[in-house]
Ligand binder design. Structure first.
Ligand code: ATP
Length: 274
């Protein structure tokens, strides 16, 4: 195996560890890649990639454009099958999409003719749930993402950030065990993005969801991640692993100004440049 995971020692010995991290360390992994390789039309883009992600853990996938972040997400989602090796969720090989995994994309593709509540409860409607149940779940999820009062609005009446909240709530309504987030906030302004980042951590703590979060931004990875995988060279199966130790609960702007955060950001930046 050629995977070169390079765990960093905790940056701040006094920092309170996340509850999720302790749980993740004891429990069997929710997600596992075992020597996974992938090729598009015979062109290999990754080889021998192995990792494990524990329950409730948030792992940020960081790396240059084209390194294979979305491909990893697509294999976990079951949209793509590994060319080599095995991808596992909850102890079972991933052979296709399933309700245990939900994907939040860069732009929430909402149904414009449906209200917020109908959009959120769409998966329940497909599963044959009654109207009253759909409404109850939609209200619960709207509250979880800070959209209470907007259940009967239509997508055209919402801002970009609110639309993304609906997309998030729609995925959460299916109660997935794993959430896959592919640069979900990159198209949003800084303030909206930061408030949604805090929302993601709150949702993770409330639901216990395991999250793989793809981003180009070091700051976003360092604020959100329990661990960061820096995917520099997946063709040789090599990537760096960084443990993030920040005081909890994480909050902005305190965490962004914390010495641990600044040190980690610099370490990753230098490593990326290298
Ligand atoms: N459908 C496809 N057919 C052929 N090659 C593809 C396809 N999708 C992605 N690739 C190639 O595979 C490699 C990895 O792509 P991927 O989208 O996973 O990278 P990424 O790290 O998510 O990139 P970005 O940050 O730009 O979104 C790239 O070289 C890309 O050109």
């Amino acid at each position: 195996m050629t995977v070169a995971a390079r765990p960093l020692s905790p940056l701040e010995p006094g920092a309170a560890p996340l509850q999720a991290k302790a749980k993740a360390a004891d429990a069997p992994p929710v997600l596992k890649f075992e020597k996974v390789g992938f090729a598009y039309d015979g062109r290999t883009i990754m080889r021998d990639v192995s990792f494990a992600v524990g329950p409730g853990e948030l792992v940020a996938l960081l790396g240059p454009s084209g390194c294979g972040k979305t491909t990893i997400l697509n294999m976990v989602a079951g949209f793509l099958r590994p060319t080599d090796g095995v991808a596992v969720v909850d102890g079972r090989e991933i052979v296709g999409p399933g309700p245990d995994r939900g994907v939040v994309f860069q732009a929430a593709a909402l149904f414009d003719w449906m209200t917020v509540a109908e959009n959120i409860a769409f998966s329940l409607r497909c599963a044959g749930a009654r109207k009253s149940e759909r409404r109850a779940v939609a209200e619960e999820m709207a509250a979880l993402v800070g959209l209470t009062g907007f259940e009967d609005a239509y997508p055209y009446q919402l801002s970009g950030g609110m639309r993304q909240r609906v997309g998030l709530a729609r995925v959460l309504a299916a109660k997935p065990k794993v959430m896959l987030m592919d640069e979900p906030f990159s198209a949003l302004d800084v303030q909206t993005r930061e408030s949604l980042q805090e929302e993601v951590l709150r949702i993770r703590d409330r639901t216990g969801c395991t999250i793989l979060f793809v981003t180009h931004a070091i700051d976003e990875a360092a604020f959100l991640g329990d661990r960061i995988f820096l995917l520099n060279d997946l063709k040789s199966g090599a990537y760096d692993t960084f443990d993030v130790d920040l005081p909890t609960p994480r909050a902005l702007p305190e965490n962004r100004l914390h010495p641990s955060f600044l040190r980690l950001r610099e370490t990753i930046y230098r490593r990326m440049r290298h």
